[in-house]
Design a protein around this ligand. Structure first.
Ligand code: AMP
Ligand code: ZN
Length: 113
């Protein structure tokens, strides 16, 4: 989609540090990490937010969780990790392309602020 930051990252128009890629998923290191390991997983289809997941596109979400599990293994995140999907204004979403944060390598407080 035009003018979408994450679509441009998927297309390689904007550089990123890739951590994972397959037919459905692209994942890269967050430019402003909130934990020692912080990757962002995005579907290779422009879906706006968690509020736009439906029966037609939910396969992308399943594939993202499979990718997260694979990266957690390859990065040896055996101490645990957190997966976060911010949604809309109150959810703190700043990029309008569905994404899942994978945060790890520090203790992550619960509940978050
Ligand atoms: P959110 O605030 O949940 O919408 O998450 C968007 C995330 O994208 C933030 O954690 C940003 O630091 C990250 N981000 C923004 N621009 C880039 C970029 N060019 N490369 C990597 N991560 C980015
Ligand atoms: Zn997009």
């Amino acid at each position: 989609m035009e003018d979408c930051l994450f679509c441009k990252i998927i297309d390689g128009e904007i550089p990123s540090k890739k951590v994972y890629e397959d037919e459905y998923v692209y994942a890269f290191l967050d430019i402003d990490p909130k934990a020692p390991f912080h990757a962002v997983f995005v579907p290779k289809k422009h879906i706006k937010s968690p509020a736009d997941i439906n029966a037609e596109n939910s396969l992308y979400v399943a594939k993202i969780y499979e990718a997260i599990s694979a990266v957690a293994k390859s990065e040896n995140l055996e101490n645990g990790f957190r997966v976060v999907a911010n949604c809309g204004k109150d959810g703190g979403q700043t990029v309008g392309h569905l994404h899942f944060h994978l945060l790890a390598r520090r203790y992550l407080q619960w509940p978050p602020g």
